[in-house]
Design a protein around this ligand. Structure first.
Ligand SMILES: *Cc1c(COP(=O)(O)O)cnc(C)c1O
Length: 818
């Protein structure tokens, strides 16, 4: 294996490379870079666990049977084994099994809030959300940065002196889950010697995944340490709270007791109970312990050591890889010399000799310095088989300080619609989160190198001078016509082609019957979509207006399965729908709350639920509703359409000078829509589809041609005669089109943003990489991908609604100045 020579002294464990594929078959060539969120369980761990489970009987502890006694004994052995894994002397420490790190944190907060005067709380700015939440239980709370912690540790209590003897809890991460930064372990000891009673809580959840934690010096150790085992070993789903015995008194004020934590309880006339008193864990482990998970933990410790050696080996291996990843990302430069990645991690930082964990946080910019949307990076990465995480990663303080976001900016972003996990992640020209790649014991050199290669391939601008744009250079008078018209009666399901010769009515909301129905998840009310349920593409509705029926068919999955069909009356007769239930069903489409009418017929609902394997309901969202039965278009002109500079090329992401802040909501004029994502009508042109296919062929000869159907347009536009032509993507520059003999005028509302739903083949429901991968090289503007244009009928009220039919002539109008 080339490139691995001489790495023994850098700590790289080449052995991992050789057993990786056998031990992690679920990866199947994917690259997993999300170890700070969770980790992967090796096959031999699951096999060994299955063997243990099928060869012994483990009963519920607390009884005298042999199986129960076996469980109790094993649990106590494993408790000791875990303590010694952290070099913690059982005379000095107790270990409490909890569900996860968060549950450990809550146990502490529960106890301290019941102290006679409550408690004061100081937490470090880089803390995980689960640490921050404790502040809601405290009398006073403070968020401290490094300097403020130092200042306090040197000069006394941050809460002042006049405090009725209230204990202080000081919490901080051993390692940030955002960027791998580590914090001094001696803060705990120093906080203890500060004035007043101060408890320290070390959040070791991120640190212990790849680094040994040594609690050998009890006097210097944190009072409370929390961690999650699933992050270390992948399995079991279990966590621990390790308590310094000297700090056990903090739990004396805890009020709740549960089964297993008391020696006696008296109810009825008297209310008295005696908590167990020998070990702290007996008082805190409420209810039945997760016996099988604890046994799995024992197996996990064995297997991890066999595969990876000691935690010291893992630390050497992962920090070698982290440095390689960092320097790889740092070395990618645009042709103009600007760096592609802005890094928020520094594994080489030798600050106080702490180093940094193998978690690399960064953002990507184009050659002009414009930020690339995180959601876009994540979509492309996932198509390419990289498992990374983007966004706020549950570390609001760390993100705010890395990105220089002030609290008012975060509030402003929240008011303008930003939520954790939305696609609008660049707000007012600043990113709202980060891209995180974190390495674990099982990561390899080739993981790191392929990821660096991926970023370079897709985000590096390799042309020093932008090539001339295709925008605006349009011969007038070219003959265009409507090639086909498709409506999608049920959102995210198959399309219904309007037959040639049929006039189809266009309402302000769009083509009639388009996206008037949808499928709702029975539990959550979420509108189902093809991204999550690709099979929806195969559910094919067709409208029979004469019969007044919506026929829906689904092809047989194999010759043995007959195709299925159902017919749904188009009538709005109220008896078809569920009468308003006491909890009138509210549902969500594209994050927006709506009110839809669900069908009462079990046959109809079973039809869809059976096909998709998800309990769902057919619902209708007819035109003309009010309040939550009404939606509005979000389409608007994009920057790349507004200001095509003379020499910009579309391939250059975000290559246009920042115009006003891009909030996707603020510019949209109020236009009603039904359940379409953004606008009344979506149009594409065949020359653009052809151009895209050529680009795909150029990059990957032999790739199957992408059908225009993947874009799920309502109107497909093509040159009217074989000798007519239009430039690909010229639709981006149209301001309006006139259609048909009556020249009905339609307004263009802006380019259509794309997600990886375009990768679902609408005939087979199979997913491919294309066309998303090529779109992200050729059609990325401002870090987002666009293909096709939104439009609407803009005629005056009162007039008859227009109709369109296949073959209608279409005459575009170009925006002024082009
Ligand atoms: C993951 C994580 C947590 C929360 O762990 P849970 O298992 O979700 O309770 C807390 N802190 C850090 C630093 C983490 O990485």
């Amino acid at each position: 294996m080339a490139g691995l020579d001489g790495q023994a002294n850098t700590g790289y464990n080449a052995r991992v490379e050789s057993f990786r594929d056998d031990e992690y078959p679920m990866l199947k060539g994917d690259i997993y870079l999300d170890h700070a969120g969770t980790t992967l369980y090796p096959k031999s761990l699951m096999e060994r666990f299955a063997q243990v489970m099928t060869s012994s009987l483990f009963g519920n502890p607390h009884s005298a049977s042999a199986s129960s006694q076996l469980s109790t004994a094993r649990i106590e052995d494993i408790r000791l084994r875990v303590l010694s894994f952290f070099n913690a002397d059982p005379a000095e420490f107790d270990l409490v099994f909890v569900a996860n790190a968060t549950a450990g944190i809550k146990l502490i907060a529960d106890a301290l809030r019941a102290a006679p005067n409550g408690f004061d709380y100081a937490y470090h700015q880089a803390s995980h959300t689960s640490i921050i939440g404790v502040r809601e239980e405290a009398r006073n709370s403070l968020c401290l940065d490094d300097d403020q912690v130092e200042e306090w540790l040197c000069h006394g209590c941050p809460f002042g002196d006049d405090r009725d003897d209230r204990p202080v809890l000081f919490a901080y991460p051993a390692q940030s889950n955002m960027n791998g930064q580590r914090y001094p372990l001696n803060w705990a000891e120093r906080a203890r010697s500060a004035r007043g009673k101060t408890y320290s809580l070390l959040d070791a959840a991120a640190l212990v995944c790849s680094t040994p934690l040594d609690l050998g010096h009890a006097h210097a150790a944190p009072d409370f340490t929390v961690l999650s085992f699933y992050k270390m070993f992948g399995f079991p789903d279990l966590g621990a709270l390790i308590v310094r015995r000297d700090a056990e008194a903090a739990f004396n004020t805890r009020r709740y007791f549960g089964g297993g934590t008391v020696d006696m309880v008296v109810c009825l006339k008297e209310q008295w109970h005696a908590p167990k008193s020998q070990f702290l864990h007996e008082r805190l482990e409420d209810g039945t312990l997760p016996v099988h998970s604890i046994i799995a933990l024992d197996v996990a410790l064995d297997v991890h050591e066999r595969l990876f050696g000691s935690m010291r080996d893992v630390a050497a291996h992962t920090s070698f890889l982290a440095r390689r990843l960092c320097s790889g990302l740092r070395s990618i430069k645009h042709e103009n010399g600007e760096p592609v990645c802005v890094l928020y991690s520094d594994p080489d930082s030798a600050k106080e000799g702490l180093g940094s964990g193998p978690t690399i946080a960064f953002n990507i910019r184009n050659s002009l310095g414009t930020w690339v949307s995180l959601a876009e990076v994540e979509k492309l990465a996932s198509l390419k088989g990289f498992h990374i995480r983007t966004g706020g990663v549950c570390n609001p303080g760390g993100i705010a300080s890395a990105l220089g976001l002030d609290p008012w900016e975060m509030r402003q972003n929240f008011s303008s619609g930003f939520r954790c996990g939305t696609d609008n992640d660049i707000m007012s020209g600043k990113p709202t989160g980060i891209i995180r790649a974190s390495l674990g014991a099982m990561s390899t050199i080739s993981d790191v190198d392929s990821f660096v290669q991926f970023v370079s391939e897709f985000y590096r601008d390799d042309s020093p001078v932008p090539i001339p744009t295709t925008l605006g250079a349009q011969p007038r008078g070219s003959q265009l016509h409507i090639h086909s018209i498709t409506i999608y009666p049920i959102k995210s399901c198959g399309g219904f082609q309007v037959p040639p010769g049929v006039d189809w009515e266009v309402k302000p909301e769009g083509l009639v019957w388009d996206r008037e129905w949808c499928l709702l998840h029975q539990g959550t009310g979420q509108v189902l979509n093809q991204k999550r349920h690709p099979k929806m593409a195969l559910i094919r509705p067709s409208l029979d207006l004469k019969e007044g029926q919506l026929h829906v068919s689904y092809p047989g999955e194999s010759p043995a399965h007959l195709s299925r069909e159902i017919s749904i009356p188009i009538s709005k007769n109220p008896s078809l729908f569920c009468t308003s239930s006491p909890h009138s069903r509210s549902s969500r489409v594209c994050g927006e709350e709506i009110q839809a009418q669900t069908y009462a017929s079990p046959d109809i609902n079973h039809f869809f639920s059976d096909i998709l394997g998800v309990p769902c309901l057919l619902a209708r969202f007819p035109a003309g509703g009010q309040g939550k039965s009404m939606r509005h278009s979000k389409a608007h002109l994009q920057k790349h359409q507004l200001q095509p500079p003379p020499r910009a090329r579309p391939i250059l992401p975000g290559s246009f000078p920042p115009s006003p802040p891009d909030s996707d909501t603020e510019k949209a004029v109020s236009r009603r829509i039904l359940l379409s994502n953004e606008s009344p009508i979506l149009a594409i042109t065949l020359p653009s589809v052809d151009a895209l296919n050529q680009e795909i062929q150029m990059a990957k000869p032999g790739t199957k041609e992408v059908s225009y159907a993947v874009f799920r347009a309502n109107i497909v536009i093509a040159p009217a005669a074989p000798d007519a032509s239009i430039t690909p993507y010229s639709e981006d520059s149209w301001s309006s089109v006139r259609i048909g003999q009556q020249q009905f005028e339609f307004e263009m509302l802006g380019a259509c943003r794309r997600c990886h739903m375009v990768c679902i083949n609408q005939n087979t429901a199979e997913k491919t990489e294309e066309p998303f991968v090529t779109l992200s090289k050729t059609r990325r503007f401002d870090g987002k991908l666009f293909f096709g244009v939104h439009m609407c009928y803009s005629g005056s009220e009162g007039r008859q609604f227009p109709t369109v039919r296949v073959g209608d002539m279409l005459v575009p109008e170009w925006r002024r100045g082009e």
